[in-house]
Every structure is written in structure tokens, then in C-alpha cells.
Design a protein around this ligand. Sequence first.
Ligand code: DC
Length: 235
Amino acid sequence: MTVGGPAGSSGGFDAQPGARVVITIDGPAASGKSSAAKLLAQRLGIAYVSSGLLYRGATLVALRQGIDVADEGAILALLAEQDVRLHPEAGGNRVTVDWRDVTDELHTDAVDASVSVVAKHPRVRAWVNDRLREMGGSFVIDGRDMGTSVFPGALAKFYLTADPAVRAKRRAGERSTGVEAIATELSRRDERDKRQSVPAADAVVIDTGPLTLVEVVEQVLTAVLRVLPARTVNT
Ligand code: DC
């Protein structure tokens, strides 16, 4: 068993010291991508990175300042003033704003309702993508456009989908809101996100609806092991 270091180290692949491995898992909200990405990262002994948390961090700072989330220039100005950082730690990703941990404030209904408006701004997307490309080491990263735009040269790419009703039910299990309100919110978000949320031409597309998390990760892992030059996997 090999345990990889945090992002910034060369990861858990002892047969190829220094080789960087990036695996992308994209898909719509509540498709199961973050749970799958976390478990896959653990099995491979490398870091897990959530790109959505940076969009959520940008949204939180805008909401806190009472800025109109449609105002791209004002959000960019705030991001230049405040230090919003993603920390891909072993126990889960954390976000700090000026070194204060705000992670617990990133999955509220208010952030859910505004984040896809913030994520539509091209310069906010460029800000997020710059932060992600600065990260060293090996990692599994989830998002919408990781395989298409941000890491087009990733070693392996996946796109997870699920029927909207299945996704709403899953999300309802994580929030206090009822399933119908969540379904409406998800379809609004799908509509706003759809331009940046398409599978890469070379992504493996998996419908997670009929699968358990472990089954999804087994499928992903099988595909990853086919393309990994050499590997040691945590069991
Ligand atoms: O994955 P998530 O639900 O935490 O993402 C939050 C929002 O950020 C979601 O509405 C889509 C957007 N997003 C994006 O546009 N591109 C990404 N790579 C990740 C998230």
C-alpha cells in the first residue's frame, strides 16, 4: 500500500517518481462526482480537489458584501482584495477567506441559488482555472469542465450523469429543503451550467443512477488502471 502526499507532492505512484497524474471527474450537480472523486483519490493515494468549492468561495464573498452576483467586475475586484484559497487536505477540501475557514458556509441554500450565476462570468472562470492550474502534484479533480478546458491533457477523464429525479433525491438527503424545491433548483442550475458542463470527447461517461458509490468507483478505477503506467492502489 502506498499513501500519497497532499497536493504539492508527487502523489502515491512510487514506480514513476515525479510523474504527475491528473484524473478529471465532471458532471452535473448531485451526479455523485464528488463522492466518487474522493473515494477514488483515497484508493489511489493521491489528493482530491473540488473545483466547485472555489466558485462557492467566490459566491460567498460576494453575498457577504451584498454585491449583485450578476456584477462580474465587482466580484473580480473583491477577489483581488480578499485572499480566497482552496486547501485540498486529506480529510476533505477547505476554503479560507483571508485565512479564516469558511468551508461550513459554502453549501447553504443562498450559495446554491447564486453560485451558477457567479460561475457564468468568464473572468471568474479564468480566476478559478488559474488557481487550479497552479496546484502541483497528483490529484483527482471534480467539476464541470475539468476534462474539457482546464486539464485537457489529464491521464483519464470521466463524466458522471444521473436522471434529474435521482439527483434531486440524493441532494435532498444532504439539505434541509424538500425534494420538490431541490428538483426545481437543480433544473435551474443545470440550465445555467449546461454550456460549461459537457463531457470531453475522450471521457468515459457513466450513468450513476443504478449504481452504488462503490460500483461507480470500481468502474472508474478499472478504467484508470488500464491507462496508469505503473501503480500501487490503497485497498
Ligand atoms: O460542484 P458544485 O455543485 O459544488 O459546483 C458549484 C457550482 O459551480 C455549480 O453551479 C457549477 C459551478 N462549477 C462550474 O461551473 N465549473 C466547475 N468546474 C465547477 C463548478
